[in-house]
Write a protein that binds this ligand. Sequence first.
Ligand SMILES: O=P(O)(O)OC[C@H]1O[C@H](OP(=O)(O)OP(=O)(O)O)[C@H](O)[C@@H]1O
Ligand SMILES: O=C(O)c1cc(=O)[nH]c(=O)[nH]1
Ligand SMILES: [Mg+2]
Length: 206
Amino acid sequence: MTQQDTSTQADARIQEETLAEFRDAGALLEGHFILSSGRRSPVFIQKMFIFQDPARTERVCKALARKAEAAFGKIDVVVSPAVGGIVPGYETARHLGAKAIFVERVEGQFELRRGFEIPADARVLMVEDIITTGLSSRECLAAIARYSANVVGAACLIDRSGGKVDIGAPLVSLAAIEVPDYAADQLPPELAAIPAVKPGSRGLVA
Ligand SMILES: O=P(O)(O)OC[C@H]1O[C@H](OP(=O)(O)OP(=O)(O)O)[C@H](O)[C@@H]1O
Ligand SMILES: O=C(O)c1cc(=O)[nH]c(=O)[nH]1
Ligand SMILES: [Mg+2]
């Protein structure tokens, strides 16, 4: 067996364990969901059902830290997009021995606030919770780029594009699965028949 076979098997095991954590947490929801990108899906991965359980969060983020470290080496600073990225960013940073900071939306645009800074020589990892189209990740990376930071890679818990998305930085995920989503004006009839809900925070007004 080659080294590549061994790492493919390890990745498959990590993917199974990660999906089992989400399933056991009741985080794999079915219905009609409006995603952050505006696309619609019959499936929503409610990551907060993982993050409300510190022990479960520790297990998945420890695995993400090990995978990110193997791919990108030493990390000094983890930057995550609020809201969903804050908890996994912090917990992954804890296992990497790195700092954890986040960008948040100010009039719709991600910015570093609260006095957060990225040292010029820091090796930065962007940590997302779930990636669908990669829009939020690209916006987060664009915000980080304004600080001339050295982004060495990105990591997420679940990549819903099945590994197809290009966020403009090398990406590792614990699980890469293809989940269907549709343009709002191209809904299959069974989805159109269900009232839509929007669980995420993009575009929320107080
Ligand atoms: O790859 P994308 O198409 O951008 O979708 C994924 C993004 O959607 C969710 O965030 P959302 O904006 O819904 O808000 P949240 O972080 O508060 O959950 C999730 O946390 C990712 O940031
Ligand atoms: O695309 C999204 O907005 C999205 C999908 C998903 O399954 N979970 C989530 O938190 N966001
Ligand atoms: Mg988010």
